[in-house]
Write a protein that binds this ligand. Structure first.
Ligand code: G3P
Ligand code: CA
Length: 285
């Protein structure tokens, strides 16, 4: 459970921003957040509009997506570096390991991003970031994860749509977060970890545990949320809370795992099945 701020501070922050910012309201909530990972990706192809619509039906508090830049510099929603796993790119164009960043948005829009999951979703296109925001922001809040591309392009897109701080932006690359923070200090940012390497060396499981140094570095990047895997303890979650940072955990699809993490005090569960985790949280009350 997140730490309580002094009443005066809460009142001031509320007066300044919460009324206009659904993202601020989410961080102010006391109950754990349900965050749909790539949409309701247990039930529809990840990072597509059908997955986002199902997540809205499941009343997800936030809907996560991933984006890269297309060859012509447009943010396009997609998880992997290459198109092979979740589209018909290889069948259409031949070859293998086709980078998403090597195709224009017009080319990417011709792909089928649904059939790999189930024939019912055949013909589902990759959405652009703008199309995804149109869908998700009408009823939920977008958790944008940057996989590729610069901070200025995303910041500009949000500015042009009047959506700065109406979404949350997260990244594994904390330099990107610092750049975003410099451009738009009020935008809520999430620092994802653990890193898989440091100074070119693979980290051990012990080194991947959330610790005071990670929390300090996340804070220095401008982040107000840490998104971590299950390598957290009750103590490390409390240490993050003591610095004003919330902790969300990915990717949790089993009620017993969600319950164990919630017992450690985490503030949000990132899941492929938001309906199941909503039910799990409801059963704790
Ligand atoms: O939201 C965090 C989570 O999505 C990070 O991992 O690989 O699913 O993007 P990944
Ligand atoms: Ca992601």
């Amino acid at each position: 459970m997140r730490r309580r701020l002094p009443a005066l501070l809460v009142m001031t922050a509320t007066a300044l921003s919460a009324q206009d910012s659904p993202a601020e309201k989410l961080l102010a909530r006391k109950d754990p957040l349900v965050i749909a990972h790539r949409g309701s990706s247990a039930h529809a192809p990840e990072n597509t509009l059908p997955a986002f619509n199902l997540a809205k039906e499941a009343k997800a508090d936030l809907i996560e997506l991933d984006y890269y830049h297309s060859k012509d510099g447009q943010p396009i929603v997609f998880h992997d570096k290459t198109l092979d796993r979740t589209t018909d790119a290889v069948a259409r164009w031949g070859g293998a390991k086709i980078p998403v960043e090597s195709k224009t948005v017009m080319e990417l829009k011709t792909l089928d991003a649904g059939r790999w999951f189930d024939a019912r979703f055949a013909g589902t296109p990759l959405p652009t970031l703008a199309e995804s925001l149109d869908c998700i922001q009408a009823g939920s809040v977008t958790l944008i994860e940057r996989k590729g591309g610069d901070a200025a392009t995303c910041a500009k897109l949000l500015q042009s749509r009047g959506e700065v701080n109406k979404v949350i932006v997260q990244a594994f690359d904390w330099k990107y977060l610092a750049d975003f923070h410099a451009l738009e200090p009020k935008q809520i940012l999430g620092a994802l970890g653990p890193p898989s390497t440091r100074d070119g060396k693979k980290l051990t499981d012990e080194e991947k545990m959330l610790n005071a140094q990670y929390i300090r570095e996340a804070k220095a990047s401008g982040a107000r949320v840490i998104g971590w895997n299950n390598k957290v303890t009750k103590e490390s979650v409390a240490a993050a809370h003591a610095t004003g940072i919330d902790v969300w955990i990915y990717t949790v699809n089993k009620p017993e795992e969600a319950n164990a993490l919630l017992d450690k005090g985490v503030d949000g569960i990132i899941t492929d099945d938001p309906a199941l985790i909503r039910k799990t949280i409801g059963a704790r009350k």
